[in-house]
Structures are given as C-alpha cells and as structure tokens.
Design a protein around this ligand. Structure first.
Ligand code: FE2
Length: 326
C-alpha cells in the first residue's frame, strides 16, 4: 500500500513522545544499568520505583522503572500541546471504539490512558512537573551522557494499519521500507517533533516494544559506553552495533537492560519539520538499509521485544524476510 498523505491538521496536537514505564524484576540491578552505567539522572526514587530524566530534559521523567514480577512495558507516554488537546484526544480514541480513561499519574497533570489500534497502551498528558535545567551541570554528566529520549520502535503485525492510524493522529512518515513483492510496508518511521521519528513500526509478532532510544551528543559517547559495558560485566548486554543506520542516517548502538528491555543509543539524525518533506523509500533487500556500512542485524533483533502489559500479541501475515546476520 502507498503511505498515507500527511495529516497536517490532526484532531489533537501531539508535541512528541515523552516517556516509557517498564516493570523490572530487580530494581537495584536496573538502577545500576540506567543510572550508574547509562548516566540517567534520578528525579525520584523509593523502594518500589525510580523516575529518571536525561540531561536536557526539563520534565520530571522520561523513564519510570517499577519493581514487579514480570518484565513488561506498561505504557508509552506522549505530550500534547494544551489541556484542550487531551479532550480532543479522548474523543478521537472514543470514536475509534478504543478504551479511554482519566488516570492519576505522579508528577503529571490530567492524563488520558488509552490504546492504539493494536492495543499498545498509550497515555497522553500536557503538564508534567518541571525541574531546574541541568544541561550545563557538566559535573553530573556520566556514562553515555544521555541528552533526551528520542523515539520508540514497536513490532506491529500490520505496519500499513499502524502507519494509517498514527498518520491520522498527525504523525508524518519520514522513511519507510516496502516489501517489493507484496507492496506492503515492512517498516516505517513517523515523527511529530521534527526528527526522523517519535515512533517507528517494524513488521513482526506484535504489538511489542522493540526499543526505546536516547539521543547522545556524539558517536564517541557510544564508543565510551562500549568500553565501559565491556569491562563492567555488561558484555552480554551489547546486542548490535555500533554502526550508522542507512535509514535515519543516525549513529547507533543497541543494548539490553537486565530484564531484556532493548535500549538504543542514538545520535545525528536530521531535521524533518517541513510539512512537504518527501518520505524516503527503502527496499527490504537493500543491504545498506539497516546499516550504511553493510553489516546485517543479528536474528535476535528481529525476534526479541518487550511485551506490553495486558496486551495480546499476534503474528504478522507478512512473511517477507530482511537480511539477517549468519
Ligand atoms: Fe531506533
């Protein structure tokens, strides 16, 4: 299917992705990974939960870790422009027959909890507690020096349907991969904030969260993180990279947290704010699609993902296969 035309005047206005909540089985182990190794800043913590932000972020949290029995992704958070957008969002999801409810969330104002067309748990808010800027507090920079959350990537059992749904919400496609035989989408990257993506979809059993990405200052921060992880007991947590993506042109590294939630360390994609930006099309069989330098991704990259809490998954009907490392 061709990608949909961008909806420049959606029913409600999403600013950007905002945060993710993970259930983790050992909060201390997750703290060692996210705080001591990656360098995220603690906004609040107690024995059951840790709220973290990255160095440029003024909002209270971009990632919430909660102690629990099963390692799942609880919810993906999005920020909207104003309070009225929350009411418009509620009506948008209700018209689609999707569940909506107002929920209490610490450090957030009015928060709308809902699900997308495949059941991905989403929450929208306008107000989050604001914290003093720390981006010039260089004494605080540690680990990979994470600056901000950048995007989510989710497995979808029907990427065309996911892209149609998020396009209606005003997300705009920047790049996409088509299966030449079926002419169906195999993957797509969509943005609200003016980078290559806030949300991406990859063909596969889903919905599941493939990864959450953090933007870092330079590729050298990624090299430093690899040196750190490979000498502090995290060798097996390094999954793919470092490398440069064909899609997005970004420099990347994929790592797994202690529960297997995948994190991408990411920098240097490009500006996409023009409303008439033409999406870039890639062929699934192009070896430079995944990695500009030609190295294919490992099998685990196409199979492993985090389940969303209380969400049923199903297989994709599209069986086209990408290039996989031997
Ligand atoms: Fe990514």
């Amino acid at each position: 299917m061709p990608i949909p035309s961008p909806n420049l005047y959606p029913e409600f206005n999403t600013v950007r992705l905002s945060h993710v909540e993970f259930i983790v089985k050992d909060l201390a182990a997750s703290r060692a990974f996210y705080v001591d190794t990656l360098g995220l800043q603690v906004s609040y913590e107690d024995k059951n939960a840790i709220y973290l932000r990255a160095m440029e972020e003024r909002g209270h949290h971009c990632i919430v870790l909660k102690q629990g029995a099963e390692a799942v992704a609880n919810v993906l958070g999005m920020k909207v422009y104003g309070e009225e957008d929350l009411d418009r969002a509620k009506s948008f999801f209700e018209k689609k027959g999707l569940p909506t409810e107002w929920v209490e969330r610490p450090y957030q104002g009015r928060t709308l909890r809902t699900r997308d067309n495949f059941g991905i748990p989403l929450e929208f808010y306008h107000k989050m507690d604001r914290l003093p800027p720390i981006h010039q507090q260089y004494k605080l920079y540690k680990g990979v020096k994470p600056l901000r959350i950048d995007h989510f990537n989710c497995f979808s059992p029907d990427v065309d349907a996911s892209v149609a749904f998020y396009s209606e919400m005003g997300f705009r496609v920047t790049e996409y991969t088509e299966d030449e035989e079926s002419k169906k989408l195999w993957a797509a990257w969509l943005h609200r904030k003016g980078g290559v993506h806030d949300m991406a979809f990859t063909n596969g059993r889903g919905p599941r969260l493939h990864h959450t990405a953090f933007w870092v200052p330079t590729p050298l921060n990624i090299i430093d993180l690899l040196d750190l992880m490979s000498t502090t007991g995290y060798l097996k947590n390094i999954e793919r990279g470092p490398g440069r993506h064909g899609i997005s042109n970004a420099f990347f590294l994929y790592i797994l947290d202690p529960d297997g939630h995948r994190i991408e360390i990411y920098c240097s994609d490009y500006q996409t704010v023009d409303p008439d930006l033409e999406p870039i099309k890639w062929d699934l069989k192009d070896p430079q699609r995944q990695t500009l330098w030609g190295a294919p991704a490992p099998k685990s990259w196409f199979e492993h993902g985090s389940l969303f809490a209380g969400t049923e998954v199903r297989d994709s009907s599209l069986s086209a296969t990408p290039i996989i490392a031997p």
